[in-house]
Design a protein around this ligand. Sequence first.
Ligand code: PXG
Length: 288
Amino acid sequence: MIVYLDGKYVDSSEAKVSVFDHGLLYGDGVFEGIRIYQGNVFRLDEHLERLEQSAKAIMLAVPLSRSAMAEAVCETCRQNKLADGYIRLVITRGAGDLGLAPWLCEKPTLFIIASKISLYPQEHYDNGLSIVTVATRRIAHDALPPTIKSLNYLNNILAKIEAKQAGALEAIMLNAQGYVAECTADNIFIVVKGEILTPSASAGALKGITRGTILDIARETKIPMRETELTRHDVWCADECFLTGTGAEVIPVVKLDGRVIGTGKPGPITARVLENFRRKVLVEGTRT
Ligand code: PXG
């Protein structure tokens, strides 16, 4: 495997970062997870825009222009002959002292991995996931904005561990006010009386690129859709529920906290959204 690392394409065995890198020492950095379908990078510009915004929020200078970054992503895919897979783009604060001070880090570290990802077994796409609500709250926007896709994933990892302890693969995280924020690595949607509902980013959700795609699909296919506050009760009593993420794509949820959602089977609107999503990923995208 070939990895892009600070301007060079190197063998994965040589793709190494310093033990003094603040991405490792403090989780000081940002990243993106991107999909490539049949040689087209899905919504690359949107991913790069979110990356720039995450970097801006932590006052980290992105080392490359938007177009140079896009080219590096595409070239990494070409180098690996990757037509279908998953791209991880990471910018860290770079190597520095054994102290927090980000300004003592000389230059950011940038690397791009083009590989594969598989988050959930196929049976869950066919029959739906069973998930739980965990006690770990989504970190407050005034502590660490969940809109920043940062290298600090411990909040999500603690929730993921709780999910695993409860025998679930994914979990709902509530915000400090007790409203549904999102899942550990996925945004959440419910369907109520033909309308698609999802928490707004201000509830503590990442502005997911897949989430944005679902909003576009709802508009295009004229399915009513709204961002709103959601409680666990709303999800228990919904007609349908599904999760979205670059890794997961679109996956139905049929049970939350032991309560069966709707008929207990993936619902018709979820199926419609998924069908449109499948079509969209093949026709949109930046050709590598
Ligand atoms: N919320 C959180 C906290 C995420 O980490 C999403 C929502 C969905 O956003 P996108 O832009 O992907 O639609 C994410 C994305 C992994 C992995 O390695 C995690 C994500 C994406 C891809 C892979 O587990 N998280």
